[in-house]
Ligand binder design. Structure first.
Ligand code: SF4
Length: 181
């Protein structure tokens, strides 16, 4: 992977992903809805559709309780932007495959992956890695023995897990019907 998607993945201000303040999620959601109503006059994000990705990202991150993952998901799923969200599944896989080897948090991996995900591949890569993380490269007991990326993987314990996962049912490979690769 090489092409930098800086157009959509350029530098963003820091996000308040860790700003939780202990408020219940319901309170945070109501606050976000109130701010959206104030800014756009109604409860819709349609006012964001024509704004630049960085501006939308920063706006979303300014909401209490909205972190980089959530902001990137809104951008990718709701607004169709070429932004690659990183959740715990993707953070784990990128670490094991050494795509983002020194990143300790999903937010760090998110920054690292900006320069690695090819342009216009954020959606398909995200969806396929989520499937891969749920089916094969699981958090516990990954099915390394059935992994199509085994030879590329630098996960030190992959040999141990290969011994434990020598067989897989056909459904374990369902995710191989990949989306728009
Ligand atoms: S070999 Fe194992 S740890 Fe490596 S990517 Fe495959 S399932 Fe994940």
């Amino acid at each position: 992977m090489g092409e930098s998607p800086q157009g959509d993945h350029g530098k963003h201000r820091s996000c308040n992903s860790n700003r939780r303040h202990g408020k219940p999620k319901s309170v945070r959601i109501k606050n976000i809805l109130r701010v959206i109503k104030q800014k756009f006059g109604s409860l819709t994000l349609s006012g964001l559709r024509k704004k630049p990705t960085e501006e939308v990202f920063d706006l979303l991150c300014s909401f209490d309780g909205v972190g980089k993952k959530t902001a990137a998901c809104v951008l990718m799923f709701s607004l169709g932007r070429d932004v690659f969200p990183v959740d715990t599944h993707i953070h784990r896989i990128c670490g094991r495959l050494r795509l983002a080897p020194n990143c300790k948090t999903p937010d760090e991996t998110f920054e690292q992956m900006k320069v690695l995900v090819p342009k216009n591949r954020a959606y398909s890569f995200h969806i396929n890695l989520i499937r891969f993380g749920r089916k094969i490269c699981r958090s516990t007991n990954p099915l390394c023995g059935n992994c199509p990326l085994y030879d590329q993987c630098l996960f030190p314990e992959k040999r141990d897990y290969r011994m434990k996962s020598s067989s897989a049912s056909a459904s374990d490979y369902d995710f191989m019907l990949l989306d728009k690769v």
